[in-house]
Design a protein around this ligand. Sequence first.
Ligand code: ZN
Length: 269
Amino acid sequence: MTDYRYPNERLILVVTVLLVLGVIAFTSVATLCGSLLFVAAMLLLALFLNWLHHSALIRQATPVTPQTMPQLDALVRETAAWLSVGNTVTYVAPAPVLNAYTFGLGGPKAIVLYAGLFSIMDRDELQFILGHEMGHVQLGHTWLNSLLGGMAGIPSPFGAAVILYFAFRWWNRACEFSADRAGLLACGNVNKAVSALVKLATGGAARSAVSQQYALAQLEKQDGDNQLGELLSTHPLIATRIQHLCRYAASDEYRRLQARVNQNRSDRV
Ligand SMILES: [Zn+2]
């Protein structure tokens, strides 16, 4: 009882399905090519920005060498040797800011320390910061961040863009925990690592042990009210970083690695 079917109905259905499949295949290939082109453009942009940043830095900052800053140069070399980090170049930027960062796609990667750090950090705290930055270099965060950071901007539907945004921030925060561990291994003293982080968070206001204890309690209280802000940030809250670091400092894994770093230390003496 289906003989009344219009003769071309089945043929039209087949053609329609083939057309739909064709459109899906075409748009998939176009999306893939577009994404690959976007990634290539991002890579070129990252290389250009890196060159631009480096040129600007060389004009303003002082490279750390045995001639320009002998004591800091010795500390940089010592820290690199203890952590077995490859070739890096360290600069001191003149701004009175409490910050440090790394950049670079090829080698040697650059570590930038702002001058503000030197007025409030003691030698061990500075070594924690240097170790932290060298950790970023050694674990590949420095070049990965330059590339992947750009890829987080790949044009995507709104929902996917939000997922990418949060995913990259999640990864950024994980990188900070890893780099803090490198800083701890470099300075070898969890109290100094904690005091460096508290000083960074308080702008150097908390210097004595008592004021640091008070500042830490305040930070824990403030950070407890700011969990949502942490999700949007590339850096974990300072109180969270300190908790993670103290937990790591009490682990067997840390003791084993610290023993290896100390071996590197005594080999150099
Ligand atoms: Zn960091």
